[in-house]
Design a binder for this molecule. Structure first.
Ligand code: SAH
Length: 391
């Protein structure tokens, strides 16, 4: 294990439990560094801050695993995985067989994501450090859950920065079938871990989909950026008069239709449209009593912030114009680089431009199986507003 010593005055966030150490905070490296290898981290006064893993080629050079002198072995992983599982057993609602078991930094396993889809686990190792721990993680997950299979689908910007190619394949047990059947709050969904987006399903929106069910009675509902139909199916279960699901992906919409049918919802009051939401909303002929806007992140890098915020403003402006008095809008941003305050202000500007009086009924966020380490605000990405058009 190598030893890293921080520059004077840089130990504060680590002592407070922040898991990231940037390369510019490191003063000295002792030992032969390998990408993802373990490191003992010392403050400038040589006091131990904890153990992390290190990758010299990243700006986030270290992600901390512990703040004590602990061996990183099976027992350590069993403790972390076991604690996360116990929390999920307490949090995940009934009639729900899909949940996030490990939310990276939020479960004190930085760079590792594990989603449970019924009898399968789908994971993402985002960093070189987690790549090295992967075989042990798979073994300990298998021991904890006895799943039918553990599948890896690791991709994205973080991996690229870590110098890792995308990786997909079976880590343990059986390969998941093309469609895994899951339940969420009593609704049925097919999830495609291999071909779908992320690990296959946007588990973070569970509570907000449940909220949509309570707002939909007798309404015409627009499920914007619908992916595989989640919000629309809950709206239909809540008694919607009609549901229009719009996505740019034909594959997602095809699965949305299959999901609709699986929930025994009559086809005549649903429609599925492959379209760009921006163009659709600009020309939409009708009003909707409930609109959901759950777009992909418009701001993927900090330098895209200006353009991204313009996108959020435009889409919310158009949606507010389609909302009658008393209508509800659930609007989201999953951009890590857009804060709650920035998002709220952007939507407020949209309401001002639309010359609408809008009520804020609540701030929305991810379901509680997506915990965030309180000192690691970078881990909070999904934010949403529950708005109502004034009468
Ligand atoms: N609300 C969904 C998740 C949405 S993910 C759920 O609960 O499961 C975002 C979706 O937006 C993706 O399916 C993506 O295909 C779609 N998308 C991206 N850009 C789009 C655009 N310009 N117009 C319509 N859909 C778009």
């Amino acid at each position: 294990m190598i030893t890293l010593t921080l520059k004077p005055g840089r130990e504060g966030p680590v002592r407070a439990g922040h898991p990231w150490i940037f390369s510019r905070a490191i003063d000295r490296v002792e030992g032969q560094a390998t990408a993802g290898g373990l490191a003992r981290v010392l403050a400038a006064d040589r006091n131990l801050l904890g153990i992390g893993y290190h990758n010299a080629q990243c700006s986030i050079a270290v992600r901390m695993l512990t703040t004590t002198d602990t061996l990183i072995n099976a027992e350590f992983l069993d403790q972390r995985l076991g604690a996360a599982y116990a929390l999920r057993r307490a949090l995940v609602p009934p009639a729900t067989t899909a949940y996030r078991l490990i939310n990276g930094e939020g479960d004190f396993l930085p760079g590792f994501i594990a989603d449970v889809y019924d009898r399968f686990v789908v994971c993402q190792c985002l960093t070189a450090g987690m790549e090295l721990l992967k075989p042990l993680l798979a073994e300990r997950l298998a021991a904890l859950l006895s799943p039918q299979g553990i599948y890896e689908k690791s991709e994205g910007n973080v991996r690229r920065e870590e110098g890792l190619p995308n990786a997909a394949g079976v880590l343990w047990g059986d390969e998941p079938p093309p469609m895994v059947e899951i339940q969420e709050n009593g609704c049925q969904f097919l999830v495609d871990p291999q071909g779908g987006q992320k690990t296959g399903f946007f588990l973070d929106q569970r509570d907000n989909r449940a909220l949509a069910r309570t707002l939909a009675a007798e309404q015409d509902v627009l499920n914007g950026f619908s992916y595989t139909g989640g919000f629309g199916i809950f709206a239909a279960k809540g008694g919607a008069r009609s549901v229009l699901s719009i996505d740019s992906s034909a594959t997602a919409l095809e699965l949305a239709q299959r999901n609709w049918a699986r929930n025994a919802l009559p086809l005549e009051y649903s429609s599925f449209l492959q379209a760009d939401m921006f163009s659709y909303l600009r020309d939409a002929p009708q009003q909707f009593g409930l609109i959901i806007l759950d777009p992909p992140p418009f701001v993927r890098r900090r330098q895209d912030q200006h353009a991204g915020l313009k996108g959020y403003k435009e889409i919310n402006l158009q949606a507010l114009r389609k909302l009658p008095p008393g209508g509800h809008l659930l609007t989201f941003s999953c951009s890590q680089h857009v804060s709650v305050a920035e998002f709220t202000q952007t939507v407020l500007f949209a309401a001002a431009d639309a010359r609408k009086r809008v009520q804020l009924l609540g701030h929305l966020g991810p379901a509680s199986d997506h915990p965030v380490n309180l000192v690691h605000s970078e881990g909070s990405y999904l934010k949403g507003l529950w708005l109502r058009m004034g009468d």
